[in-house]
Design a protein around this ligand. Structure first.
Ligand code: HEC
Length: 120
């Protein structure tokens, strides 16, 4: 009975707070309440972010599981702003202000934030 209740809350949460939209084989979880034209804006920003991610981040972060490319599910705490450039040595070398601009980094963060989790 207890598990049934938790399950129902999970389903309700998924229905009310997330809506999955798929484009170019990547699925995104955008808030249900988002207006259609805003959704379009977020989707094109996410698509741009996917391209920038593939160029600047995928080489170090993507993994392959059974031949399928897996993009990591970073937590919201891990998706930082400027700090990402300096929190580890590999980033200090590669994510400089000249290799990835501030605007590009922001777009990549949007992509990683709304990308559907790989394990679901
Ligand atoms: C040269 C290799 C390399 C590149 C390129 C790279 N990273 Fe990383 N990244 C690392 C390493 C190494 C770590 C630390 C260990 C780990 O979490 O895998 C890390 C950690 C992270 C973390 C976790 C941070 C934390 O504090 O827990 C995030 C988020 C991240 N990278 C995002 C990115 C994004 C976004 C890009 C592209 C703009 C990128 N990385 C490009 C190597 C790289």
């Amino acid at each position: 009975m207890k598990f049934y209740f938790i399950g129902m809350i999970g389903i309700l949460f998924a229905v009310c707070f997330g809506q999955c939209v798929t484009r170019n084989n990547v699925s995104y979880n955008l808030p249900e309440a988002m207006l259609p034209h805003v959704k379009q804006e977020y989707l094109s920003r996410c698509e741009k972010g996917k391209i920038l991610y593939d160029i600047n981040c995928a080489g170090c972060h993507n993994t392959k599981v059974k031949g399928k490319i897996v993009i990591p599910d970073f937590t919201p705490e891990q998706l930082k702003g400027y700090e990402l450039r300096i929190t580890n040595a590999r980033h200090s070398e590669t994510l400089t202000d000249t290799t990835v601009t501030e605007e590009e980094l922001g777009i990549i963060m949007t992509f990683l934030t709304y990308k559907k989790k790989s394990n679901k």
